[in-house]
Design a protein around this ligand. Sequence first.
Ligand SMILES: *Cc1c(COP(=O)(O)O)cnc(C)c1O
Length: 434
Amino acid sequence: MTTTRQDCEVLDAEDSLRELRHQFELPEGLIYLDGNSLGVLPRETAARVQQVLAQEWGRDLIKSWNTAGWIHLPGRIGDKIARLIGAWPGECVVADSTSLNLYKVLAAALQMVARDASPQRRTIVSERSNFPTDLYIAESLARQHGFELKLIAAVEELPAALNDSTAVLMLTQVNYRTGYMHDMAAVTAAAHAAGALTVWDLAHSAGAIPVDLNAAQADFAIGCGYKYLNGGPGAPAFVWVNPRHADRFWQPLSGWLGHAAPFQFTPDYQPAPGIQRYICGTPPILSMAALECGVDTVLAAEPLGGMAALRRKSVALCECFIELAEERCGVLGVRLASPRDAARRGSQVCLSLEAPLHEAGYAVMQALIARGVIGDFRAGDPARLEVLPHILRFGFTPLYVGFADVFDAVEHLHAVLTTEEWRRPEFNKQGAVT
Ligand SMILES: *Cc1c(COP(=O)(O)O)cnc(C)c1O
């Protein structure tokens, strides 16, 4: 036994980010390892939303678009998120959902290629294991605009997939299943060398790992508000466009709040300069208020070392989890399904179960959840479990997860497997959301 619970308690006591945990309404005794799917409720959020309800909406009504600055929320929160992703003020806005923002930027990228590049650039390259909504949106746009979606099965195929027929490389920086993390700067450089544009999905990056979009000279990026940014279920998403492209085309959802002068109510569309044109319609103010509280919980780390410090803790938590899971549960058939190299891994660790436990993953996760250890389960490909196994996914949000939590989570996993508690019928019933 290398790491004891006492060692973990010492690590927690020495953790300079420990105080950030008090920003959250984390239920007592719960070990929450699913901030990669839905971040925890910040303490500030209820009071802030209540203020918007009671005062800004309740009393001030429509005046609040000006007096409470509602109209500036997409840009104001966008500027805050910009600090987490290597962007400058005025380069990022909050709007719509991740899926919708992907639609906007991918359509804009295809439009740019159609206008500027040679006509043989007809493929959108992505990964088969990319998040389904990304692939579905790309599939739809490819059909509409006469492009072909080319999916690589493994990261190693990427260099060969980029060539003079590539229009756009569309990747999620941190893979939602495995946690594999692309080197954004290197991959962007390779795409540019092949003459392609890049679209980065930062759903599992923003607030989780340091991102530097401008240093990487990325072209487009989008991301999610309800994961590591703690914005609440269905929180609005964000969109960033490199300033060198921002004014060059219309995004396809040319709504009135992306107009240069929305309150002149002209019958023709004149896009606002820069990123503002990526706003479509009226922002959801209650959700925006909640999202801002969530983003503020991440910015609260700035005086303590910011994303670099959060990343150091995240890596340490993940390493601790891997070490303990392998040591305690390796003989029980638990295998690491994420990259072992921390430099290639985001803020999550996935485990798979060897035969004869292949099919037990869902039930094992249900049993863990019943014990107060919340992760999630992602089904693999039943026909190719060696390539795409079922996985137990554990996200480590350094804002509120500690080392003792990691230790306890592994002990619970060990108990679920050794007692075979997961065989209980109630853990084998599938809900609508896994
Ligand atoms: C979570 C996630 C999304 C979510 O998209 P929604 O439009 O918010 O449902 C999109 N892409 C990736 C890679 C994700 O992980």
